[in-house]
Ligand binder design. Structure first.
Ligand code: ZN
Length: 288
C-alpha cells in the first residue's frame, strides 16, 4: 500500500495512492478517521486501513491532481539521519570511513512535501542536496536485535537531507544547525509499506539539478545496513512509531564537487529512489 497525504500545510489530509491501467489516483481516506502519525503506526494502522478500504474504497473521493502533495506522515517525534553511510560520499567530503554509524538529528519542523520549494535560509550560502532512503518506524524500538528489524519497519519513502554547509560545520557545531531549516526535509511523495519494497538494500537512487545528473547510487553500497542501523540507533534512544531514519546519501553532493557547487534560487532539484516515486523541489530564498 502507498500512503500519502495532501492539502495545504497544517491542513493535511490522509490518502492512499492507487495504480490502475498505468494511471495514478489519490483517494481521500479521511473517512478512516486517523492521520498517519504515532498512534496510527503503533496500532498496526496500515493493516487496519487496508481492511477498511476493502469495504469503503468506493466511497472515498478522488483528490484532484492540482492539490499539493503533503509529507506522507504526520510530524514524527524525531528524524535521525545517518552521516557518511556510503564509502564514496565519505571520501568526497574528505572524511574517514566511519567505524560505527555517525548519527545526527534534524528538526522535525524541517519536513515538507515532495514537491514543495527548498528555501535557502537567511545567511545561507552553501545549501546542498542529499537524496536518501528513509525508513519509517512501525513500533516502539529499544535495544532491537538486528535479526528482528522487519518487525520495526512500517515502510519507506524518499527524503532529501537538505543541508546548509555554512551552518553545518563552520558555526561551532553540531550538524543539526545546518540540517534543520524549514523545508530541509522534503519527503514522499508516498510512504510505501513494507510489502512494496522487497529489499531495501537493493534500490537505485538518483538526483539531478536543473536536469544534470549529480547523484547516482544504490542502497547496496551502504556501509551500515537498514537492519544494523535500526538496531544501532535503538541502543541510544527509543524510536517511536512514525519516527524517521534517513539512511545517508551516495556521492555527488555539491560540497564534493571541484569546485563545490551549491543551490541557487531558481534551481530545480529532481530525485528518485527505486520503487518510491519522484520528488521535485524548486529553490527559493527565504523572505519574511
Ligand atoms: Zn544525509
Amino acid at each position: 500500500m502507498k500512503l500519502c497525504r495532501f492539502g495545504p500545510p497544517s491542513h493535511e489530509t490522509p490518502g492512499v495512492l492507487l495504480h490502475s491501467d498505468g494511471s495514478e489516483t489519490r483517494l481521500d481516506v479521511s473517512g478512516f478517521g486517523e492521520d498517519f502519525g504515532e498512534r496510527f503506526f503503533e496500532t498496526d494502522g496500515p493493516r487496519r486501513l487496508a481492511e477498511w478500504l476493502r469495504v469503503h474504497q468506493k466511497s472515498c473521493p478522488a483528490v484532484e491532481a492540482s492539490v499539493r502533495v503533503a509529507p506522507p506522515i504526520a510530524r514524527p517525534s524525531k528524524i535521525i539521519c545517518v552521516g557518511l553511510n556510503y564509502r564514496e560520499h565519505a571520501l568526497e567530503t574528505g572524511a574517514d570511513i566511519p567505524q560505527e554509524p555517525m548519527i545526527f538529528g534534524k528538526a522535525t519542523s524541517a519536513i515538507c512535501g515532495a514537491n514543495d520549494a527548498i528555501v535557502i535560509p537567511k545567511g545561507g550560502t552553501k545549501t546542498d542536496w542529499e537524496v536518501e532512503l528513509a525508513v519509517i518506524i512501525a513500533k516502539r524500538a529499544q535495544y532491537v536485535e538486528e535479526r528482528s528489524w522487519r518487525d520495526f519497519v512500517a515502510g519507506y519513502m524518499i527524503m532529501n537531507d537538505v543541508s546548509e554547509r555554512a551552518f553545518q560545520k563552520e558555526r561551532g557545531g553540531q550538524f543539526i544547525k545546518g540540517k534543520s531549516a524549514d523545508s530541509f526535509a522534503p519527503c514522499g511523495p508516498f510512504l510505501a509499506t513494507t510489502e512494496e519494497i522487497k529489499d531495501p538494500q537493493d534500490l537505485s537512487l538518483r538526483l539531478q539539478v536543473n536536469g544534470e545528473e549529480r547523484q547516482r547510487g544504490s542502497t547496496r553500497d551502504m556501509i551500515f545496513s537498514v537492519p544494523y542501523l535500526i538496531s544501532y540507533i535503538s541502543r541510544f534512544m527509543t524510536l517511536l512509531p512514525g519516527d524517521v531514519i534517513s539512511t545517508g546519501t551516495p556521492s555527488g553532493v555539491g560540497a564534493g564537487m571541484k569546485p563545490p557547487r551549491f543551490l541557487q534560487a531558481g534551481d530545480v532539484v529532481t530525485y528518485s529512489v527505486e520503487g518510491l516515486g519522484e520528488c521535485r523541489n524548486e529553490v527559493t530564498l527565504f523572505s519574511a
